[in-house]
Design a protein around this ligand. Structure first.
Ligand SMILES: [Zn+2]
Ligand SMILES: [Zn+2]
Length: 292
């Protein structure tokens, strides 16, 4: 990025001169509407077309504003933009899944300091979502059709030790089997599958929940927490698949001075080591400002 110019700033010529939040087509899209269609074929060296879409979500016109400083009203506008774009993709039978996410901080490889996230519309269901669907299906089959996520949340609320914050509509907690330091999930209390199912007051509550955890993260060590924030929603075209809308935060900082590297044992063997118990991390996050 040029040192004195940011394409996401008002007045850059690339975005409107005035905006609160703005959807910007990715200049280097991994998935594109003009790409060859998705035709998965079998075989050792199968290939297919990456038809889909990639957008950048600009959170604010302010270039140097950390996401933890966004107001709840501002987050609500971001949530509304996620919903609008998800709705547009849902109407396209070629889009199987919409990934709404944010990579934040240099440690995650982010080169643009301007506060932003991304939306990928993909022609397939991504592998980790497939894995979640398979687990949820197995659980439902063995438990009278119950939702795995609803049951997990119920149990977390009962135990309490890993809850970070909760209101009427969303519950924020450190998952029992957290893989990343300070990993957190936000579950919708109501059994909803995608962002499109949220009622008006739930959207505001989600904005509030995001605002609170982002502040807590940046106050935990006193600097911008490098993290991945992902919105996980059900596949768009198959409405019978068992899923439950939730957000996942994967921070890379394991202490004030150390980053967590996903090295051999994590990356190659899929075995995640943690040096803080989830209950302790939940306690640390409850105390972090704003306390909950
Ligand atoms: Zn900027
Ligand atoms: Zn559920």
């Amino acid at each position: 990025m040029p040192a004195n110019w940011c394409p996401f700033d008002p007045g850059s010529g690339r975005v409107p001169d005035h905006y609160d939040v703005y959807l910007y087509p990715n200049d280097f899209p991994a998935f594109s509407p003009n790409a060859p269609p998705f035709h998965p074929v079998s075989g050792l060296f199968a290939e297919t077309g990456p038809r889909g879409a990639c957008d950048v979500v600009l959170y604010s016109p302010e270039h140097a504003l950390p996401p933890s400083k966004l107001t709840v009203e501002n987050w609500r506008k971001v949530v509304d933009l996620w919903i609008k774009r998800t709705g547009e993709h849902a109407a396209n039978p070629e889009i199987a899944s919409v990934a709404v996410f944010e990579n934040c901080g240099e440690a995650v490889g982010v080169t643009m300091p301007h506060p932003h996230g991304q939306i990928y519309a993909m022609p397939f269901i991504p592998p980790t979502v497939q894995k979640e669907l398979a687990s949820a299906q197995r659980y439902a089959d063995a438990n009278a059709g119950n939702c795995l996520y609803c049951r997990l949340m119920e149990e977390e609320l009962k135990q309490g030790a890993r809850i970070v914050s909760a209101d009427e509509h969303f519950v924020t907690f450190v998952p029992y089997a957290a893989r990343f330091p300070a990993e957190v999930v936000i579950y919708a209390r109501r059994h909803v599958r995608t962002l499109l199912d949220l009622a008006d007051h739930e959207k505001t509550s989600l904005a509030k929940s995001i605002s609170v955890i982002r502040q807590k993260y940046d106050n935990l060590y006193g600097f911008l927490m490098p993290l991945m924030m992902t919105v996980r929603q059900a596949p768009l075209q198959q409405t019978d698949l068992p899923y439950h809308l939730h957000l996942q935060f994967l921070p890379l900082q394991r202490s004030a001075t150390k980053l967590k590297y996903l090295a051999s044992i994590e990356t190659a063997y899929g075995t995640f080591l943690a040096d803080t118990a989830p209950e302790q991390m939940a306690e640390n996050l409850r105390r972090s400002n704003p306390p909950t």
